[in-house]
Design a protein around this ligand. Sequence first.
Ligand SMILES: [Zn+2]
Length: 193
Amino acid sequence: MYSEIKDKLHFINISIDELSLFDWKPPHIYKSYILDLNIVKENSTREIFFHINKGNMKIVYIRKNSLIYSIGSNQDMQFQILEAILEKVDEKLHEKYDIEVIFSYGNITASIFKNFDVQEILDNIKDLDLIKKVDVFCRVCKVVLPLYVKKSIMRNSTSFPVPIVYTHQGHAVLCYIDKEFIVRGVELVNITG
Ligand SMILES: [Zn+2]
């Protein structure tokens, strides 16, 4: 799974409302995602991950203070993996730069993060140990599905087990996962929206 992650990504972007500050794309991707990012920028909610299915792509984004982090991948990537990568990108950015000080000066230009790189995160994604695979049995498909859960969910959760909805092929199962990443229950849920 880990070796495929990089091949399945389409972009990683860090922006503010006015401009893009950092953009990573794998060598095989030529497309520009500016239009996709405009959709992201229209949402001003902070500190919550949002998921978009768009054409052949999954996009995850989050707004943290002035910064908007976004990531796009193939449809077969799970949203939790994309969230985990963005959390690590945010952490690394704050290790490398004093973001509050930089933004307090104003006059932000695209050159401020020119030495930032996500390659190290993507190359070491397995060792970073961000994700845990949990096997979940789906009553509809009658198969065991690999559910990837970001480890930070368990670190940040105050109550257990943690509910996670796994949507796939037009239906969804609600999985309860405990602190040790053991499945405590699986329910078929009704969907609307
Ligand atoms: Zn199923």
